[in-house]
Design a binder for this molecule. Structure first.
Ligand code: MEV
Length: 336
């Protein structure tokens, strides 16, 4: 039996625009998905999932259960979670040249599904790592990231960047621009997260931005403007890493505000995400923005004080507010 875990992430800058080749800077956070894999003697796949914002459920493939979970939860959430697990299993089988390997898999996660904190990437990364190790193959984190990207790309029908999966596999802060992925230095930023209890449909939101970008030149310019914000943000982040006591965190906050405005213009924010961003700003945060695909889910703000977290707790529509620390470690084996 092998257990691997991988962290979720927030986007400091650049979601959506990264799909069109602009740079993005996601940061891994200390909320992890854990995947337990045990090889079976047959080639069946049995998946048990817990804590994915929904009641636990079990799905059996190739067994008598006919591939459907016997639980009363939204089918789209089950399908989404299972799509990533199945794609991760395919990658593990391929990496170990064991196309017929069967597994019992348990997925546990502190990262809400579809909420912009990289739950699917974390499950995919941890699943590939645990699955390959269970078959006696140890992949470098970069290869786990690459295989996880291919798995996400397949599930999201070609609409995925390398940002989420690379960040989850490597940990820390990363910079992704097309196929160019690298780790970058970052100070431990004072992240505060607000979660509205909901989830966005990444595929639909990405398709919406694509359509706008094709229809209007100024929407394409907005995507490029996000790239400019990211380039400026990267330079400020580098200064902040060298001089954590300077004014750099305040400027990062201003740039996050700008980034949120541009995402809002692209139609991927929502009333509750805007309300949470404004609650944090009014409470004195350096800045705030939605994180991930949008439509619902989470915002991230920068605030060293308790004020933004408290304000978010009292904001109608905010279900949970919490601090998140930078996860310096990416995918790791927990036991084998
Ligand atoms: C989703 O977490 C981030 C997006 O930029 C899509 C992607 O990068 O694959 C919206």
């Amino acid at each position: 039996m092998t257990v691997s875990s991988a962290p979720g992430k927030v986007y400091l800058f650049g979601e959506h625009a990264v799909v069109y080749g602009e740079p993005a800077v996601p940061c891994a956070i200390e909320r992890r998905a854990r995947v337990t894999v045990e090889e079976r003697t047959d080639s069946k796949l049995r998946v048990h999932a817990e804590d994915l914002s929904i009641d636990g459920f079990t799905v059996e493939y190739g067994g008598d259960a006919d591939g459907r979970p016997d639980v009363d939860v939204a089918e789209s959430l089950v399908d989404a979670a299972m799509g990533y697990v199945e794609a991760a299993v395919d990658q593990a089988r391929d990496a170990a040249s064991r196309p017929d390997a069967g597994f019992d898999i348990t997925v546990e996660s502190d990262i809400p599904l579809g909420a912009g904190l990289g739950s699917s990437a974390a499950v995919t990364v941890a699943g590939i790592d645990a699955g390959t190790r269970e078959l006696g193959v140890e992949l470098p984190a970069e290869e786990v990231a690459d295989r996880a990207f291919r798995a996400e790309y397949e599930v999201q029908e070609g609409q995925a960047s390398r940002a989420d999966t690379f960040c989850s596999a490597m940990g820390g802060a990363v910079r992704v621009e097309g196929d160019d992925c690298r780790s970058i230095d970052a100070p431990d930023l004072p992240f505060v997260i607000g979660f509205d209890g909901g989830a966005g449909d990444t595929g639909k939101l990405v398709a919406g931005v694509r359509d706008l970008r094709e229809e209007y030149g100024f929407a394409a310019d907005t995507v490029e403007a996000i790239g400019d914000v990211v380039r400026r943000g990267e330079a400020v982040l580098m200064d902040a890493a060298e001089d954590p006591d300077g004014e750099h965190v305040a400027e990062l906050g201003d740039l996050m505000d700008f980034n949120h405005g541009l995402l809002e213009a692209l139609g991927v924010s929502s009333r509750s995400l805007d309300a949470m961003v404004w609650a944090a700003r009014d409470a004195g945060a350096h800045g705030g923005k939605l994180t991930g695909a949008g439509g619902g889910g989470c915002i991230v703000a920068l605030d060293e004080t308790e004020e933004s977290e408290t304000a978010l707790e009292f904001t109608p529509g905010c279900e949970e507010a919490f601090r998140a620390e930078l996860a310096t470690e990416g995918v790791r084996v927990e036991s084998s």
